[in-house]
Design a protein around this ligand. Structure first.
Ligand code: NAP
Length: 404
């Protein structure tokens, strides 16, 4: 593609799509033009001027146009996104996408299609907005030294927790201000229940360790049930609570991954990742820790990442998924012991989860909690119980493999 003009078929003209029109208009070296834009509703008012002749609601106007040599897919519907991306790759058209929900569920099939047709699929924007975590994991960390990728991958929940811990707002007020500012959707469950972080973690794990894990097999607990009691508990210790996603090697041949609120002490890099920002800590043998910080969402930060992938296609860049064929890839396990704080009101919750050991126990008229050890598998299997509104679970971080 190096010498030719990139003719882009754009799917989606919402937050990211409009941001992309802005960044592409100032990207002098992209040598790219928007050939067609597919949206859901032609009559919808837009914040930017778009030549009406470019707009269509028919996906095939893009997918069957032989002059279009790159598709940028930024729609908000995972099912439609899957059909668009799959069809494009099957027809040999490269695609850039930011749709984490779709990618996390369909990546193995989309990798196979890339291998059979040779069409490239790039998606750095899916996993931390403007932070180039995927391409770095794919290229720079292409060795056996990587031990852990851990961080704050969701800007909305981080904004809410920052308002609570740094500005003294109640959780309900913080959620309302996140929605008013557009950091959280009208239905914020995708963010605050942890699924957005989970989907990003699944994608990150493919590029970190070369292993795909279905999101349904991963322990995922969000911040929806956090209470003033939990907040006061953390404050008393000088900690913050953050929603943290992590993939971590627990031995030479095993790794685990989960999304859970975590008590974070001031000595940790992610302690200072506030508001809608994301932060990712990469830990490895021989080099200890590295930290990437930046905007994980929003029109222009996300569009910058899409532009970077478009530019990468100009140089025929593609993910090679090299780690997927490495010898001795680690296996995913949930058979690991975690140390957690569990707050509940009904004692049956504690019995149902089945801790291996309880180190601390507190009971009062308003709330009870335990701090104890429990396997990740027990917690994963108890997802229904943990989803009760009177139950809050928080990780107390531990090192699994200390090789620094
Ligand atoms: N917003 C962020 O900060 C951010 C960050 C990283 C990744 N992402 C990902 O980027 C994608 C887009 O997010 P967004 O925030 O820009 O969403 P958005 O503001 O809700 O916009 C979605 C766009 O998709 C269009 N659309 C929906 N279904 C369609 C279909 N079947 N065919 C054609 N167009 C369709 C809509 O058309 P109409 O305008 O006509 O309704 C709209 O323009 C999502 O996958 C999201 O997860 C977003």
């Amino acid at each position: 593609m190096t010498d030719s003009i990139i003719r882009i078929g754009l799917f989606g003209l919402g937050t990211v799509g409009q941001g992309f029109l802005r960044v592409i208009s100032i990207a002098r070296n992209a040598h790219a033009e928007i050939a067609r834009i597919c949206v859901r509703n032609l009559a919808k008012p837009r914040n930017i001027y778009v030549d009406p002749k470019l707009l269509t609601t028919n996906a095939d106007d893009i997918l069957s146009d032989p002059s279009i040599n790159l598709i940028v897919e930024v729609i908000d519907n995972a099912e439609a996104s899957y059909h668009i991306v799959k069809t494009a790759l099957e027809r040999g058209i490269p695609v850039v996408s930011g749709n984490k929900a779709m990618i996390a569920r369909h990546l193995p099939e989309l990798i196979e299609i890339q291998r059979s047709t040779g069409a490239a699929f790039l998606y750095d924007a899916s996993s931390c907005g403007s932070i180039p975590v995927i391409r770095n994991l794919e290229e720079y960390y292409d060795n056996d030294l990587l031990l852990e990728v851990k961080g704050i991958l969701n800007g909305s929940s981080n904004y809410i927790l920052s308002r609570v811990f740094d500005h003294g707002q109640s959780y309900a007020d913080a959620l309302a201000s996140a929605q008013a500012l557009g950091f959280a959707e009208a239905d914020p469950s995708f963010d605050i229940l942890g699924y957005d972080s989970l989907f990003k973690l699944v994608i990150i794990t493919v590029h970190a360790l070369g292993v795909y894990v279905n999101p349904d097999q991963v322990l995922c607990h969000g911040i929806a049930a956090i209470s003033d009691f939990d907040i006061a508990y953390a404050r008393e210790k000088g900690w913050k609570i953050k929603l943290v996603a992590q993939v971590v090697k627990v031995s030479d041949d095993k790794f685990t991954m989960f999304v859970m609120p975590e008590f974070v002490s001031p000595s940790k890099y992610i302690y200072s990742v506030d508001d809608e920002y994301n932060g990712v800590v990469i830990r490895g043998e021989c080099y200890d820790r590295q930290f990437m910080f930046g905007k994980g969402a929003g029109a222009l930060p996300t569009a910058s990442s899409i532009l970077s992938d478009v530019m990468a296609r100009r140089h025929d860049y593609r993910y090679e998924y090299k780690k997927m064929s490495y010898i001795g890839r680690p296996d995913y396990t949930t058979d690991v012991e975690l140390q957690v704080y569990l707050r509940f009101t009904d004692p049956a919750v504690l019995d149902a989860i089945g801790f291996t050991a309880i180190d601390q126990r507190y009971t009062s008229a308003t709330a009870s909690y335990v701090i104890g050890r429990v396997s990740a598998e027990r917690l994963r299997a108890a997802a229904d119980i943990l989803a009760r509104p009177d139950v809050f679970l928080c990780n107390i971080p531990r090192f699994f493999l200390d090789r620094d």
